[in-house]
Design a protein around this ligand. Structure first.
Ligand code: GLU
Length: 477
């Protein structure tokens, strides 16, 4: 059997079935295909496998398009609808009929059932062996039929898989699979092969749950005399308990991860590491991943999803992302999570705070939480702990601090010196000055550093918040 020549440009694809939320396993497969093609100047295509009309929904297709967009997995050309190519699938089935590679099978359901029962009784294989495989077309009845492809019966089929190695399947375990149903519609197995061939797909990188399909699909390539793609069947993603990742383990939908506020660059990085490695590298950019990604680095055994690792990688990405990208993703996160938008003034304030906060958040909700002080409007609400700072002592400390803040330059060193002077004057440690300051600036006891908060808020806003808080202290006296 021929294989696509190695000097043809790489074409990969992701071929999701639009039957539910886009699974992170699908996202990881898409990512591997994207990395493989992009790193080789090749093409990455998207085909929506909507042949199963009963289970396919437009909402699921929309979810796939949104998931791909969020993950930054751009594909070449338009998304292809498999269903819309049905006429072409039928055409190929007819070509195989004409060449004798396929045949019309008139067996009824009852006949197939009784064949199976007899085989079971004799302890033989229950794979259906149609008597129509060798029938003379002149003997064909005028009755409904399906079209089956003649699978080889002797010898073996070897799938030369780039991840699994050579996988040998005994041909006596292959049946003559149906490519056209009795209502004339093409089956999924036919559609995949015809589409991959027509779309020029050179590398089929997909989940290893499709490994058995590969042997059957090869029959069609053989029958049509088409070059085989390179196969790479990648292990599925498992949950921490070593079982196939499912809802029992937590979120499985791509959308859910966006709604939890993970940055897409971090998600790509983590998903790339899930089943693939490049030395000891854990944290890397898209450009590095594209350069490094190769099928030889894909592990044969399933990777286990680890939320802690995902968060750590995400934190590292947020720390180095540029502010505009973070703000753009935060808007997407809020929409995905069903949270209210931030006002444009809040966005500006968040943007101003990012430099001080982005090194300390693993997700966008964590980042927003740290930015609460900047998003709040005056007078700042005091939480329970901040309320405990309401006292004459606090008032005195802030009174002492105010002139230093009014006069010095608004820079880290000067602000630090101002706090230092108050510590000296009151003979107290940093914490004693910082606590009322946190309450005044943020209305909370747990906040980013007071110096960062003052730098982000600016002189006027900081002094106004301090005065507001002093007013509360005075009223309580
Ligand atoms: N539609 C199949 C799935 O969603 C993928 C088939 C393939 O990649 O060949 O699992």
């Amino acid at each position: 059997m021929t294989v696509a020549p190695s000097d043809t440009p790489v074409v990969t694809r992701i071929a999701p079935s639009p039957t539910g939320d886009m699974h992170i396993g699908t996202a990881r497969t898409a990512l591997f295909n994207w990395l493989y093609a992009r790193g080789r100047g090749g093409k990455f295509l998207l085909r929506i496998e909507d042949t199963d009309r009963a289970r396919s929904t437009p909402e699921a297709t929309q979810g796939i398009l949104e998931g791909m967009a969020w993950l930054g997995l751009d594909y070449d050309g338009e998304a292809v609808s498999q269903f819309e190519r049905a006429a072409r699938h039928v055409e190929v089935a007819e070509e195989m009929l004409a060449s004798g590679a396929a045949y019309k099978c008139f067996a009824t359901q009852e006949e197939i059932e009784s064949f199976r029962e007899a085989a079971r009784a004799e302890g033989k294989s229950t794979l259906y062996r149609s008597p129509w495989r060798h029938a003379d077309p002149a003997t064909h009845p005028d009755a409904p039929y399906v079209v089956r492809v003649k699978a080889p019966r002797e010898g073996v089929t070897v799938i030369r898989d780039e991840v699994q190695g050579d996988v040998t399947i005994r041909n006596d375990q292959l049946d003559d699979m149906i490519v056209l149903r009795s209502d004339g519609t093409p089956t999924y197995m036919l559609a995949v092969v015809v589409d991959d061939h027509d779309m020029g797909v050179t590398h089929v990188i997909r989940g290893d749950d499709h490994l058995n399909n590969a042997a059957r699909q090869m029959t069609i390539y053989e029958a049509m005399g088409w070059p085989l793609p390179v196969y790479a069947h990648i292990p599925l993603i498992f949950g921490p308990d070593g079982k196939k990742m499912s809802k029992r383990h937590g979120a499985t939908g791509v959308k859910e991860y966006q709604a939890m506020g993970y940055p897409s660059a971090g998600m790509r990085n983590y998903l790339a590491r899930l089943g693939w490695s490049h030395g000891d590298d854990e944290f890397f950019t898209d450009a590095q991943a594209q350069e490094w990604f190769d099928l030889s680095g894909v592990n044969k055994s399933p990777a286990r999803f680890d939320t802690k690792k995902l968060e750590n990688i995400c934190g590292q990405h947020i720390a180095v992302m540029d502010d505009a990208a973070i703000l753009g993703e935060i808007e997407g996160y809020l929409a995905a999570a069903g949270e209210p938008d931030l006002t444009s003034s809040q966005m500006t304030r968040l943007g101003a705070a990012l430099y001080a906060l982005k090194g300390a958040a693993k997700t966008y909700p964590q980042l927003i939480e740290k930015a609460r002080f900047a998003l709040a409007d005056r007078p700042v609400d005091l939480d329970e702990k901040a309320h405990k700072q309401v006292s004459s002592v606090s008032n005195g400390i802030l009174e002492e601090l105010t002139p230093h803040l009014q006069n010095g330059s608004w820079e880290r060193e000067a602000l630090e010196a101002a706090v230092g002077k108050v510590m000296e004057a009151h003979d107290v440690g940093f914490g004693k000055v910082a606590a009322p300051l946190r309450a005044a600036l943020a209305g909370r006891a747990v906040t980013p550093s007071v110096l960062d908060m003052m730098l982000v808020l600016g002189r006027d806003e900081s002094l106004a918040r301090i005065a507001d808080f002093q007013g509360v202290c005075a009223a309580a006296e």
